[in-house]
Design a protein around this ligand. Sequence first.
Ligand code: GDP
Ligand code: MG
Length: 630
Amino acid sequence: MATMESLIGLVNRIQRACTALGDYGGGDTAFSSLWDALPSVAVVGGQSSGKSSVLESIVGRDFLPRGSGIVTRRPLVLQLYKIDEGQEYAEFSHLPRRRFTDFAMVRKEIQDETDRVTGKSKQISPVPIHLSIYSSNVVNLTLIDLPGLTKVAVEGQPETIVLDIENMVRSYIEKPNCIILAISPANQDIATSDAIKIAREVDPSGERTFGVLTKLDLMDKGTNALDVLEGRSYRLQQPWVGIVNRSQADINKNTDMVAARRKEREYFATSPDYGHLSSKMGSEYLAKLLSKHLESVIRARIPSITSLINKSIDEIESEMDHVGRPIAVDAGAQLYTILEICRAFDRIFKEHLDGGRPGGDRIYGVFDNQLPAALRKLPFDRHLSLQNVRKIVSEADGYQPHLIAPEQGYRRLIEGSLNYFRGPAEASVDAVHFVLKELVRKSIGETQELRRFPTLQAEIAAAAGEALEKFREDSRKTVVRLVDMESTYLTVDFFRKLPQEVEKVGNPAAGRKLPQEVEKAGNPAAALALDRYSEGHFRRIASNVSSYVGMVMETLKTTLPKAVVHCQVKEAKQSLLNHFYIQIGKKEGKQLAQLLDEDPALMERRQQCVKRLELYKSARDEIDSISWAR
Ligand code: GDP
Ligand code: MG
């Protein structure tokens, strides 16, 4: 069940979280504005007007340095936490984990900590001391004790001290969320009150100023403060509360708080002047009044606090998206993460090949332009020149010229020509290899998930590179084999279909005798030899070889791309990271963690995000649970 106290407790927790974050150095602007949105209570007033005494009696504990002269020299931010049971204790933020149960020691630590910053002087410092008190006798509140306002610098103080104190006090109470406890001593004319003067300056309408009148017991006999307490002297929106604190004599006598409260209650109950107001006087009543006021202030602020928190959560979440979510610590989850990232990369790579992302078309470009162009440029003209044909055929014939068709000559000419196809075939393999490599590089760059893991990125790049290298080798062997296959077995049909040149007439343009004529002349061998070695004969051989080679070229134009796609493109699509997966599967937790090594700065940033997010979310949950219950 949510109560007012838990509500204020929430505020205190958020404020404490803010302080923690502030110390943490997060530079969190949302948190500082949240801090400003939460109310606190500050005591202001002239020196020795009883500020520290009032705070003490609200807390119900003696722990503040009090006395005449400038005692409070640094702001004291005091957070009260109500605990259900157990011994009450205090903690300073500058001494975390040290629990003070002796409140005399708390007072001493406040004095010592003040001196640590200001020296044992009458100087002041605006650096606050943070103190938390956990007790079953308090309500949850944040209170701020401030140095008293003065009018002149005394011995040992700089001339500027009057203004310095005023400015410091103002810096606390000018915040719209600060509830001002304006302390004025009853034994001075209210018209001279420093507290009311500065409070009116920062809160002209008086809606957040509580007038507190101390030292009612010290008023001159025959006078009373009814005009002030009943709001006739100076009107505030909140009711005035009269207080009787311990006198210096009481303090010297070590009068305890319980006795002091009883005495105060008795004072009002039996006072002829204030008896009718006794239920609305005294420090206990002031504490309740403050609590109630705080509650209404906080309730009014809940929507804006919630929206501020939600906004901050959104901001942190989007920052988390940017720096990446935290990685799991166990090996199974790490393996899962790595595989997920690999799959993301693989998906992008496939999109590049299949379309959807650019680049895959360049492979078709290799088959459609590069390969045919390279084939066209092959030096068949030179290879099948009359001169070369004659040379190769003659060499193949050896000492015995061929009789009908130069079988060996044909084979050598064809083999020689087909060998030229290796070049473009291998070039296609390389060209596709480079396209694939480039696509891997691009895909790695486009895999968002990989950005935070430079090690994994390098490993994937290396694994993919190795796989592509292997595919290239397979592909190269395959296309070379395709070319070799063409030379090892020639298409017999092609040659059978060739016209039988022996019966044909030789080249008449050569101006030599026709073989028949020679034959008629009674020298058949000479006729044959003449025919075999005529230009026309070689030209025919060249043209036959050339059309055979042309036929093979047409075949290779279609089979080479098939081989390349089969060995490289299809493999890259199906099994680019297969080997890598096997390796990953064998790795131990520590090695997996190494793969998921991140930039330390990034990790640090994420940790901060996680911490802040937790803080905000718990604050939101608490507000949610409080704001609807009552
Ligand atoms: P501060 O300088 O405003 O913090 O004032 P302190 O709380 O230190 O009090 C200054 C002196 O006034 C102390 O000696 C207190 O005992 C005394 N004093 C404060 N309030 C009262 C009061 O209501 N009645 C009496 N008799 N003395 C008080
Ligand atoms: Mg004081």
